[in-house]
Design a protein around this ligand. Structure first.
Ligand SMILES: [Cu+2]
Length: 91
């Protein structure tokens, strides 16, 4: 009973620290761009809850628990889709 409490508390604290990443992306012009970037981020298997906004020119996502995504990995994924990650913010 005590152990399950500890595991529960641990899981809760881990999820509370899921790193949020916000990327300023240049070059997006339409919904296809949004789809291409979403796909490339998804394919890294390190990003979840991916939200790409054409209006805000941003890609926002959370790192998958236990997986770290470096700035260069983010830039590479965005570049693979055909766009540029101008700035990366982490929260
Ligand atoms: Cu497009």
């Amino acid at each position: 009973m005590r152990i399950s409490f500890i595991i529960g508390a641990l899981a809760l604290s881990l999820s509370a620290f899921a790193a949020k990443v916000e990327v300023d992306v240049s070059g997006m012009t339409c919904g296809m761009c949004v789809e291409a970037i979403t796909k490339e981020l998804k394919d890294t298997e390190k990003a979840e809850n991916i939200l790409v906004s054409l209006e805000n020119k941003k890609a926002v996502f959370e790192e998958v628990k236990g997986k770290k995504m470096s700035d260069s990995e983010i830039k590479t994924a965005i570049k693979k889709a055909g766009y540029e990650a101008v700035k990366i913010h982490r929260k």
